[in-house]
Design a protein around this ligand. Structure first.
Ligand code: FES
Length: 176
């Protein structure tokens, strides 16, 4: 039996309108919370985070993600939110910078280290640095200077040296 949504409507103007099929939606988990996105499945995660969920920590990073401002973790792996359509995240777990602090507001050790080392200038790059640093420390608990220098992040405020100190502080158990 044809569903109402499949019917072709012909208004008096003679224009034929084919209604869009009902979307089932995409189930997502972001920062431990479940969401169902029923909009465009090809919407980049970046826009879903910023425009739908109002999680604005993840930043626009240019067409190619240069600068690393749009980095998130997907199933624990670093990924560019600009280049991930929502459909590809079905059933996966996404962590954004908003998911780092504890529920009681206590900062993640990396966030605290960025504060302690004064590694935040204007702050535009900070969420991306935090996500990339977290990924690095998960892979290399004692990263070398070279490991840190390989991160894709850029800081136009010149905080790179202080970011490096913040990462090392966490690697040293919170000590400078
Ligand atoms: S703190 Fe301003 S771009 Fe890095």
């Amino acid at each position: 039996m044809a569903h109402a949504q499949d019917q072709i409507l012909t208004p008096r103007t003679g224009t034929t309108i084919v209604p869009e099929k009902m979307r089932d939606g995409v189930d997502l988990e972001i920062n431990g919370r479940s969401y169902r996105h029923t909009g465009d499945e090809q919407m980049p995660l970046l826009w879903y985070l910023r425009d739908v969920l109002r999680l604005t920590g993840t930043k626009y990073s240019g067409e190619h993600g240069e600068g690393g401002y749009d980095l998130v973790l997907v199933n624990g792996k670093l990924a560019s939110a600009t280049h991930l359509p929502v459909i590809e995240l079905a059933g996966k777990s996404v962590t954004t910078v908003e998911g780092l602090a504890a529920a009681d507001g206590k900062l993640h050790p990396l966030q605290q280290a960025f504060v302690d080392e004064d590694a935040i200038g204007c702050g535009y790059c900070t969420p991306g640095w935090l996500m990339a640093s977290l990924d690095l420390l998960n892979r290399h608990p004692q990263p070398s200077d070279n490991d840190i220098d390989q991160l894709p992040n850029l800081c136009r405020c010149g905080c790179q040296t202080r970011v490096r100190r913040a990462i090392k502080r966490v690697a040293n158990g919170g000590h400078a």
